[in-house]
Design a protein around this ligand. Structure first.
Ligand code: C5P
Length: 305
């Protein structure tokens, strides 16, 4: 058995997030087109010397990451241990590069990575469909972090159909000063729609065609996020960030998921670098990062003694 396993896991952007009305269980039905992007966390698991579940984190935002059992990585280790009737006796170390509370599924990514890493460390060889079911129990976005690439998520986002992607897309992601709570953004969505019928969410055929063709200009025309008005209502200054990016030549700009990270689709890497510099110079964001897509899902990168 390996004495340590490291899994690399990507962030995501929702190129389409169509949101339906609130369901009786409090969740919203979605047509959620996920695209994995090349910003990564790495989760390393090692046997814990005293048998207790322990979690540590490094990275620029490490102080914002909970180090108790509210962390999805810890919950993933506990869920897999329970499934196999064994103790969750691991030290989980997260090297965090995905923005925290940013709408890029960073917490979900760590959950998927911890699940895969523990499965390899413990030699439990859980079948892939069962890993995906465990992911769905941890959170709506967790199965996609395991899968990567691009996928349509229906239900509350956890029922995945992989999507073909015919080329690369280059993004800039601008992190905000502060975070947004996903439940708060969905509550604001409900408040903004109160008394009005919400359409049944459906994936856009034009957007799926753009992904399949690898056509950046067509994707830029079809990007859509139904949570954007709610995120802007709670975080109005994001409008300035979106405008700064489009003024600098981004083909399209949108809030990533529930925000407050904003996403800018660009023609190529040099355009992306210009947009990132202009965003930083505008003073409307905390940082701006260039990232390619699509990116692979959670992947074991090292196993060691
Ligand atoms: O599934 P997850 O734990 O990531 O969801 C976090 C919160 O986001 C939920 O408690 C709910 O408030 C909201 N949510 C929702 N509809 C979805 C996904 C998430 O209302 N489809």
């Amino acid at each position: 058995m390996s004495a340590s396993v490291t899994v690399r896991v990507p962030a995501k952007v929702n190129v389409q997030l169509a949101v339906g009305g609130a369901r009786p269980d409090g969740f919203h039905d979605l047509a959620n087109v996920f695209l994995a992007v090349g910003l990564y966390d790495e989760v390393t698991v090692t046997p814990s010397p005293d048998g207790a579940l322990r979690i540590t984190c490094e990275g620029p935002d490490a102080d914002q990451v909970p180090l108790d059992e509210s962390n999805l990585a810890a919950r993933a280790a506990l869920a897999l241990a329970a499934r196999h009737g064994r103790p969750a006796d691991v030290h989980l170390h997260i090297a965090k590069d995905i923005p925290v509370a940013g709408g890029m599924a960073g917490g979900s990514a760590d959950g998927a990575a911890a699940l895969l890493a523990c499965d390899v460390l413990w030699g439990t060889n859980t079948p892939r469909p069962e890993l995906l079911t465990l992911c769905a129990e941890l959170g709506s976005d967790v199965p996609f972090s395991l899968l990567g690439g691009a996928a349509l998520g229906t239900g509350r986002g956890e029922l995945l159909t992989p999507l073909p992607v015919g080329g690369d897309f280059t993004w800039v992601f601008a992190t905000a000063h502060g975070g947004l709570s996903t439940p708060a953004v969905y509550r604001e969505f409900d408040r903004l729609w109160e008394g009005r019928p919400v359409a049944q969410p459906a994936a856009s055929p034009a957007l799926l065609d753009a992904l399949r063709a690898g056509d950046t200009a067509a994707l830029a025309e079809t990007l859509a996020n139904d949570l954007q008005p709610a995120a802007l209502s709670l975080f109005p200054s994001l409008a300035d960030t979106l405008a700064a990016g489009t003024d600098a030549g981004a083909l399209a700009a949108l809030v990533s998921g529930s925000g407050p990270t904003t996403a800018f689709l660009t023609k190529d890497t040099s355009a992306a670098e210009r947009v990132a510099s202009a965003l930083l110079a505008s003073g409307t964001c905390r940082a701006a990062r260039v990232a390619p897509s699509p990116a692979p899902g959670a992947t074991v990168i090292t196993t060691g003694e």
